[in-house]
Design a protein around this ligand. Sequence first.
Ligand code: ZN
Length: 393
Amino acid sequence: MRLRRQHERIIFRAISTNVAISRTQLAELTGLSGQSVGRVARTLLGSGLVEETEIARSKGPGASPIGLRVRPSGAFSLGFGLERDYLSGVALDLGGNIRWQMSRHLAEGETAENTLRLLEQDIRSLLRAPEWSARRDRLCGVGVAAPGPLDVTTGTIVGPPNFPSWEHVDVAKELGRAFDLPVLIDNAATAAAIGIAWRLPHGHRPYLYCYWGIGIGGGLVIGDDVYRGTTGNAIEIGHIVVNPGGRTCECGNVGCLETEASVRALLRDAAPYGRFRTLTEMMTAARTTPEVAALVTSAAEKMAAALVSVLNVVDVDEVVLGGEHLDEVEEVFVPIIRDHIEHRAFRRRIAPTAVSVSDIGEIANAMGAAAMVFHTLLPDGLPVRDRPEAPFG
Ligand SMILES: [Zn+2]
């Protein structure tokens, strides 16, 4: 399913950025003739991507009370978020409603081969379910969000730092072959930033997203677009140097934020104070062990320093924090990050920068990966949101 003709894309975009819009308004908005709009509308209605709906009668003689809107069940996409210790998945409809959701823990050091097999199994069992096999022709594709560096043009994971065995794994080819569906791959934090954008009202102010977990990453959303950079590896906040004399990072740099302040770094640095297998165990110890608490504070300060630096480069109104582990450190991290941004960001005397925490935590990457499929397959179709809840049609 793909909108190939330019007029179809223009009209679909105009419909998708409005709750509902009449053909007359579409012609005014796009500059296309009424005849062209009518023809394209018929095609879109025929494809099932849009539907007719009653709208408030606009002024003027002959104005039609019938408008067009996106039909949520007109298309679906699958998105998966691949983290070092976690795999999450969602199925989204074109209205942004979540129609299926899964998550599973990945064992420490799980091989790429096994993880891909688990992912294949999850997709296969979903597609076998009657409600999905009946909608198979409306499934646009599969998106996978993974830690960078990635080659987004070939769909290959190139070998992310601290992610052993994921060296040049051609995820798009492997999954594409298994399911005969288009498979897209994107940077995890970029995808999460898109996922968060889908939950916000259209035209939201630009923001910087920062993911915190085993790795640390970021995404920059401006208007309805995410900034990718030339190679699709932009806003790698985790590889900003916060300690020039620090440890060598797997990326080749020294003293990166990710080697100094990630979940992995915290567990490593807390090892002298106890045997902590998880962040939860370590945070419990932080309540009674001042040395462990000090490590958490120090990690928060490094995060804050890096975020102020990025903010000084990108100059946006909001920083959104996320990641499935963030809620465990939120109480320490958020006030410190807010304080640094309030007192140290270059733009502070001109305009404040808000700091918020994403409410879609662990599924943000998967949401973004699924949204990305719509974005790519229905070009210019990203901002399909602000829709009422729709039945699973
Ligand atoms: Zn690094």
